[in-house]
Design a protein around this ligand. Structure first.
Ligand code: PBG
Length: 330
Protein backbone atom coordinates (compact mmCIF):
# COMPACT_ATOMS: atom_id res chain seq x y z
CA UNK A 1 0.00 0.00 0.00
CA UNK A 2 1.26 3.51 -0.83
CA UNK A 3 2.27 5.65 2.17
CA UNK A 4 2.87 9.39 2.19
CA UNK A 5 6.53 10.13 3.12
CA UNK A 6 7.07 11.15 6.70
CA UNK A 7 8.07 14.82 7.20
CA UNK A 8 11.50 13.61 8.33
CA UNK A 9 12.17 11.88 5.00
CA UNK A 10 11.47 14.65 2.52
CA UNK A 11 14.95 14.82 0.91
CA UNK A 12 13.51 16.89 -1.92
CA UNK A 13 13.30 19.87 0.44
CA UNK A 14 16.99 20.65 -0.10
CA UNK A 15 16.80 20.09 -3.85
CA UNK A 16 14.06 22.67 -4.34
CA UNK A 17 16.15 25.68 -5.47
CA UNK A 18 19.65 26.23 -6.87
CA UNK A 19 20.59 28.08 -3.66
CA UNK A 20 19.60 25.18 -1.44
CA UNK A 21 21.25 22.67 -3.76
CA UNK A 22 24.48 24.67 -3.73
CA UNK A 23 24.42 24.98 0.02
CA UNK A 24 24.44 21.24 0.61
CA UNK A 25 26.66 20.17 -2.31
CA UNK A 26 29.35 17.85 -0.91
CA UNK A 27 31.95 17.96 -3.69
CA UNK A 28 32.95 20.57 -6.24
CA UNK A 29 35.09 20.72 -9.34
CA UNK A 30 37.48 23.64 -9.59
CA UNK A 31 39.97 24.81 -12.19
CA UNK A 32 42.71 24.00 -9.67
CA UNK A 33 41.86 20.30 -10.01
CA UNK A 34 42.92 20.10 -13.65
CA UNK A 35 46.00 18.84 -15.44
CA UNK A 36 45.88 19.34 -19.20
CA UNK A 37 47.54 16.64 -21.36
CA UNK A 38 48.81 18.03 -24.68
CA UNK A 39 50.39 16.42 -27.74
CA UNK A 40 53.49 17.99 -29.19
CA UNK A 41 55.27 17.50 -32.48
CA UNK A 42 58.12 18.98 -34.45
CA UNK A 43 57.71 21.91 -36.82
CA UNK A 44 56.73 25.56 -36.85
CA UNK A 45 53.24 26.82 -36.24
CA UNK A 46 51.75 23.32 -36.52
CA UNK A 47 48.26 22.64 -35.24
CA UNK A 48 47.28 19.23 -36.53
CA UNK A 49 43.87 17.74 -35.64
CA UNK A 50 43.69 14.19 -34.26
CA UNK A 51 40.79 12.43 -35.98
CA UNK A 52 39.81 10.21 -33.04
CA UNK A 53 39.98 13.09 -30.54
CA UNK A 54 37.81 15.91 -31.94
CA UNK A 55 38.99 19.28 -30.60
CA UNK A 56 42.47 18.01 -29.68
CA UNK A 57 45.46 18.93 -31.85
CA UNK A 58 49.12 18.09 -32.05
CA UNK A 59 51.01 21.33 -31.48
CA UNK A 60 54.50 22.42 -32.41
CA UNK A 61 56.57 23.93 -29.59
CA UNK A 62 55.72 27.55 -30.50
CA UNK A 63 52.02 26.71 -30.35
CA UNK A 64 52.31 24.67 -27.16
CA UNK A 65 53.92 27.68 -25.49
CA UNK A 66 50.87 29.70 -26.54
CA UNK A 67 48.61 26.95 -25.21
CA UNK A 68 50.48 27.00 -21.89
CA UNK A 69 50.04 30.78 -21.67
CA UNK A 70 46.34 30.33 -22.30
CA UNK A 71 46.09 27.55 -19.71
CA UNK A 72 47.89 29.65 -17.11
CA UNK A 73 45.57 32.58 -17.83
CA UNK A 74 42.60 30.26 -17.27
CA UNK A 75 44.08 29.16 -13.93
CA UNK A 76 44.96 25.59 -14.97
CA UNK A 77 47.83 24.60 -12.65
CA UNK A 78 49.60 22.03 -14.83
CA UNK A 79 50.15 20.89 -18.38
CA UNK A 80 51.38 17.39 -19.30
CA UNK A 81 53.43 16.78 -22.45
CA UNK A 82 53.17 13.79 -24.78
CA UNK A 83 55.37 13.69 -27.88
CA UNK A 84 54.30 12.52 -31.31
CA UNK A 85 57.44 11.05 -32.75
CA UNK A 86 58.24 10.44 -36.36
CA UNK A 87 58.77 6.74 -37.21
CA UNK A 88 62.31 7.70 -38.25
CA UNK A 89 63.38 8.38 -34.63
CA UNK A 90 61.93 5.13 -33.27
CA UNK A 91 64.50 2.41 -32.67
CA UNK A 92 64.76 -0.82 -30.69
CA UNK A 93 67.25 0.86 -28.34
CA UNK A 94 65.09 3.98 -27.81
CA UNK A 95 68.01 6.38 -27.23
CA UNK A 96 65.94 9.38 -28.33
CA UNK A 97 64.05 8.98 -25.02
CA UNK A 98 66.94 10.45 -23.01
CA UNK A 99 68.30 12.84 -25.65
CA UNK A 100 68.55 16.20 -23.81
CA UNK A 101 67.39 17.90 -27.03
CA UNK A 102 64.47 15.64 -27.84
CA UNK A 103 61.09 17.18 -28.53
CA UNK A 104 59.81 16.86 -24.96
CA UNK A 105 62.90 18.35 -23.37
CA UNK A 106 62.93 21.29 -25.79
CA UNK A 107 59.23 21.87 -25.09
CA UNK A 108 59.80 21.82 -21.31
CA UNK A 109 62.51 24.49 -21.62
CA UNK A 110 60.40 26.64 -23.93
CA UNK A 111 57.34 26.50 -21.66
CA UNK A 112 59.29 27.11 -18.45
CA UNK A 113 61.01 30.10 -20.07
CA UNK A 114 57.76 31.69 -21.27
CA UNK A 115 55.27 30.59 -18.58
CA UNK A 116 57.31 29.87 -15.44
CA UNK A 117 54.26 29.60 -13.21
CA UNK A 118 52.55 26.68 -14.89
CA UNK A 119 53.71 23.27 -13.64
CA UNK A 120 55.08 21.11 -16.45
CA UNK A 121 54.49 17.38 -16.17
CA UNK A 122 56.08 14.77 -18.41
CA UNK A 123 55.55 11.16 -19.37
CA UNK A 124 58.23 8.59 -18.63
CA UNK A 125 57.95 5.47 -20.79
CA UNK A 126 59.76 4.31 -23.90
CA UNK A 127 56.75 3.87 -26.19
CA UNK A 128 57.07 7.09 -28.25
CA UNK A 129 60.67 6.12 -29.10
CA UNK A 130 60.31 2.36 -29.43
CA UNK A 131 60.05 0.82 -32.91
CA UNK A 132 57.89 -1.92 -31.33
CA UNK A 133 55.61 0.56 -29.56
CA UNK A 134 56.14 -0.88 -26.06
CA UNK A 135 56.88 1.05 -22.88
CA UNK A 136 60.01 -1.02 -22.29
CA UNK A 137 62.80 -2.70 -24.25
CA UNK A 138 61.67 -5.80 -26.10
CA UNK A 139 63.97 -8.77 -26.56
CA UNK A 140 62.62 -11.96 -28.15
CA UNK A 141 59.07 -10.77 -27.52
CA UNK A 142 59.71 -10.20 -23.79
CA UNK A 143 59.51 -6.73 -22.21
CA UNK A 144 62.64 -6.37 -20.07
CA UNK A 145 62.10 -4.83 -16.65
CA UNK A 146 65.44 -3.91 -15.08
CA UNK A 147 67.13 -2.77 -18.30
CA UNK A 148 64.09 -0.60 -19.01
CA UNK A 149 64.26 0.94 -15.53
CA UNK A 150 67.86 2.04 -16.23
CA UNK A 151 66.69 3.77 -19.41
CA UNK A 152 63.75 5.39 -17.61
CA UNK A 153 66.14 6.83 -15.05
CA UNK A 154 68.15 8.48 -17.85
CA UNK A 155 64.92 9.79 -19.35
CA UNK A 156 63.80 11.18 -15.98
CA UNK A 157 67.12 12.94 -15.39
CA UNK A 158 67.02 14.59 -18.82
CA UNK A 159 63.48 15.86 -18.14
CA UNK A 160 64.39 17.11 -14.66
CA UNK A 161 67.46 18.82 -16.10
CA UNK A 162 65.20 20.57 -18.65
CA UNK A 163 63.06 21.95 -15.84
CA UNK A 164 60.10 19.57 -15.50
CA UNK A 165 58.16 20.07 -12.25
CA UNK A 166 56.39 16.69 -12.15
CA UNK A 167 57.63 13.45 -13.67
CA UNK A 168 55.00 10.91 -14.65
CA UNK A 169 56.33 7.36 -15.00
CA UNK A 170 53.58 5.62 -17.00
CA UNK A 171 55.53 2.52 -17.95
CA UNK A 172 54.48 0.07 -15.16
CA UNK A 173 57.95 -1.48 -14.81
CA UNK A 174 58.66 -2.66 -11.27
CA UNK A 175 61.07 -0.58 -9.21
CA UNK A 176 61.18 2.49 -11.40
CA UNK A 177 59.89 4.95 -8.81
CA UNK A 178 62.65 4.10 -6.32
CA UNK A 179 65.34 4.12 -8.99
CA UNK A 180 64.20 7.49 -10.35
CA UNK A 181 63.89 8.99 -6.87
CA UNK A 182 67.42 7.93 -5.87
CA UNK A 183 68.87 9.25 -9.13
CA UNK A 184 67.05 12.60 -8.82
CA UNK A 185 68.34 13.02 -5.27
CA UNK A 186 71.90 12.19 -6.32
CA UNK A 187 71.75 14.66 -9.21
CA UNK A 188 70.53 17.51 -7.00
CA UNK A 189 66.94 17.45 -8.25
CA UNK A 190 65.51 16.83 -4.83
CA UNK A 191 62.43 19.01 -5.40
CA UNK A 192 61.25 17.41 -8.62
CA UNK A 193 57.93 15.69 -7.89
CA UNK A 194 56.90 12.24 -9.09
CA UNK A 195 53.32 11.36 -9.95
CA UNK A 196 53.37 7.61 -10.34
CA UNK A 197 50.98 5.97 -12.76
CA UNK A 198 50.63 3.45 -9.95
CA UNK A 199 47.42 1.66 -10.92
CA UNK A 200 47.50 1.70 -14.70
CA UNK A 201 45.32 -0.90 -16.35
CA UNK A 202 45.80 -2.65 -19.70
CA UNK A 203 42.87 -0.83 -21.25
CA UNK A 204 41.04 -0.57 -24.54
CA UNK A 205 40.39 3.09 -23.73
CA UNK A 206 43.91 4.19 -24.80
CA UNK A 207 43.18 3.70 -28.50
CA UNK A 208 42.90 7.34 -29.60
CA UNK A 209 46.03 8.27 -27.59
CA UNK A 210 48.07 5.72 -29.50
CA UNK A 211 46.86 7.39 -32.73
CA UNK A 212 47.76 10.79 -31.31
CA UNK A 213 51.36 9.85 -30.52
CA UNK A 214 51.77 7.72 -33.64
CA UNK A 215 52.15 4.46 -31.69
CA UNK A 216 49.12 2.55 -33.02
CA UNK A 217 50.90 1.23 -36.08
CA UNK A 218 54.05 0.51 -34.11
CA UNK A 219 52.63 -1.53 -31.23
CA UNK A 220 53.35 -5.23 -31.59
CA UNK A 221 51.08 -7.29 -29.32
CA UNK A 222 49.54 -5.84 -26.17
CA UNK A 223 50.70 -4.42 -22.82
CA UNK A 224 49.19 -7.06 -20.54
CA UNK A 225 52.51 -8.28 -19.13
CA UNK A 226 53.11 -4.93 -17.47
CA UNK A 227 49.83 -3.01 -17.23
CA UNK A 228 47.22 -4.23 -14.73
CA UNK A 229 44.44 -6.72 -15.30
CA UNK A 230 41.08 -4.86 -15.27
CA UNK A 231 39.75 -7.62 -13.04
CA UNK A 232 41.99 -6.61 -10.12
CA UNK A 233 41.45 -4.17 -7.29
CA UNK A 234 43.51 -5.31 -4.25
CA UNK A 235 46.57 -5.30 -6.47
CA UNK A 236 46.09 -1.57 -7.07
CA UNK A 237 46.47 -0.93 -3.34
CA UNK A 238 49.67 -2.94 -3.20
CA UNK A 239 51.09 -1.01 -6.17
CA UNK A 240 50.18 2.34 -4.66
CA UNK A 241 51.70 1.37 -1.33
CA UNK A 242 54.91 0.30 -3.02
CA UNK A 243 55.19 3.44 -5.15
CA UNK A 244 54.57 5.72 -2.17
CA UNK A 245 57.27 3.86 -0.21
CA UNK A 246 59.65 4.20 -3.14
CA UNK A 247 59.21 7.96 -3.18
CA UNK A 248 56.18 8.90 -5.27
CA UNK A 249 54.65 12.21 -4.15
CA UNK A 250 51.34 11.61 -5.90
CA UNK A 251 49.67 8.55 -7.34
CA UNK A 252 47.39 8.05 -10.31
CA UNK A 253 44.65 5.66 -11.32
CA UNK A 254 44.20 5.16 -15.04
CA UNK A 255 41.82 5.01 -16.92
CA UNK A 256 39.37 7.10 -14.94
CA UNK A 257 35.63 6.65 -15.29
CA UNK A 258 35.55 2.83 -15.35
CA UNK A 259 37.88 2.75 -12.30
CA UNK A 260 36.27 5.14 -9.83
CA UNK A 261 36.08 2.30 -7.30
CA UNK A 262 39.87 2.11 -7.40
CA UNK A 263 40.19 5.88 -6.85
CA UNK A 264 38.02 5.60 -3.76
CA UNK A 265 39.90 2.63 -2.33
CA UNK A 266 43.28 4.29 -2.93
CA UNK A 267 42.22 7.56 -1.31
CA UNK A 268 40.68 5.82 1.69
CA UNK A 269 43.66 3.54 2.22
CA UNK A 270 46.49 6.07 1.95
CA UNK A 271 45.15 9.62 1.99
CA UNK A 272 47.91 10.53 -0.46
CA UNK A 273 47.43 13.03 -3.30
CA UNK A 274 45.41 10.89 -5.71
CA UNK A 275 44.76 11.65 -9.35
CA UNK A 276 42.81 9.99 -12.13
CA UNK A 277 43.50 10.14 -15.84
CA UNK A 278 40.34 10.54 -17.89
CA UNK A 279 41.96 8.94 -20.91
CA UNK A 280 41.64 9.47 -24.64
CA UNK A 281 38.92 6.84 -25.16
CA UNK A 282 36.78 8.37 -22.42
CA UNK A 283 37.17 11.79 -24.05
CA UNK A 284 36.38 10.33 -27.49
CA UNK A 285 33.21 8.61 -26.23
CA UNK A 286 31.79 11.80 -24.77
CA UNK A 287 32.74 13.81 -27.86
CA UNK A 288 31.32 11.25 -30.29
CA UNK A 289 28.01 10.96 -28.46
CA UNK A 290 27.75 14.74 -28.23
CA UNK A 291 28.54 15.18 -31.93
CA UNK A 292 25.72 12.80 -32.73
CA UNK A 293 23.37 14.81 -30.58
CA UNK A 294 22.92 11.84 -28.26
CA UNK A 295 24.10 13.57 -25.08
CA UNK A 296 24.77 17.13 -24.00
CA UNK A 297 28.55 17.18 -24.32
CA UNK A 298 29.24 20.03 -21.91
CA UNK A 299 27.00 18.65 -19.17
CA UNK A 300 28.44 15.15 -19.59
CA UNK A 301 31.96 16.62 -19.39
CA UNK A 302 31.25 18.45 -16.14
CA UNK A 303 29.42 15.52 -14.57
CA UNK A 304 32.14 13.04 -15.50
CA UNK A 305 34.78 15.24 -13.84
CA UNK A 306 32.79 15.99 -10.71
CA UNK A 307 32.46 12.21 -10.30
CA UNK A 308 36.24 11.97 -9.87
CA UNK A 309 36.12 14.46 -6.99
CA UNK A 310 33.29 12.51 -5.39
CA UNK A 311 35.37 9.33 -5.74
CA UNK A 312 38.14 10.94 -3.68
CA UNK A 313 40.49 12.30 -6.34
CA UNK A 314 42.45 15.48 -5.71
CA UNK A 315 42.66 16.20 -9.41
CA UNK A 316 42.15 14.88 -12.91
CA UNK A 317 44.21 14.72 -16.07
CA UNK A 318 41.70 15.54 -18.79
CA UNK A 319 41.74 16.67 -22.40
CA UNK A 320 38.70 18.76 -21.47
CA UNK A 321 40.79 20.98 -19.16
CA UNK A 322 40.54 24.28 -21.12
CA UNK A 323 36.86 23.70 -21.92
CA UNK A 324 36.15 23.01 -18.25
CA UNK A 325 38.10 26.08 -17.14
CA UNK A 326 36.04 28.20 -19.54
CA UNK A 327 32.77 26.61 -18.43
CA UNK A 328 33.65 27.20 -14.77
CA UNK A 329 34.23 30.88 -15.56
CA UNK A 330 30.69 30.96 -16.85
C1 PBG B 1 52.18 5.52 -22.63
C2 PBG B 1 50.93 6.20 -22.21
C3 PBG B 1 49.66 5.83 -22.64
C4 PBG B 1 48.78 6.81 -22.15
C5 PBG B 1 49.53 7.71 -21.41
N1 PBG B 1 50.87 7.31 -21.43
C6 PBG B 1 49.20 4.76 -23.54
C7 PBG B 1 49.56 3.37 -23.30
O1 PBG B 1 49.91 2.96 -22.19
O2 PBG B 1 49.52 2.63 -24.28
C8 PBG B 1 47.32 6.82 -22.44
C9 PBG B 1 46.62 8.12 -22.28
C10 PBG B 1 45.30 8.21 -22.94
O3 PBG B 1 44.75 7.24 -23.49
O4 PBG B 1 44.74 9.33 -22.94
N2 PBG B 1 53.04 5.07 -21.71
Amino acid sequence: MYTIPSPAHRFRRLRRTPALRNLVQEHTLGVGDLIWPVFIRDGDNVQEPIASMPGVDRLSIDNVVRAAEEAAALGIPAICLFPYTDPSVKTLTCEEAWNPDNLTNRAIRAIKAAVPDIAVMTDIALDPYNALGHDGFVVDGVILNDETVEALVKMALAQAESGADILGPSDMMDGRIGAIRVALEAAGHKDVAIMSYAAKYASAFYGPFRDAVGASGALVGDKKTYQMNPGNSDEALRLVERDLREGADMVMVKPGMPYLDICRRVKDAFGAPTFAYQVSGEYAMIKAAAQNGWIDGEKAMMESLLAFKRAGCDGILTYFAPAVARALRG
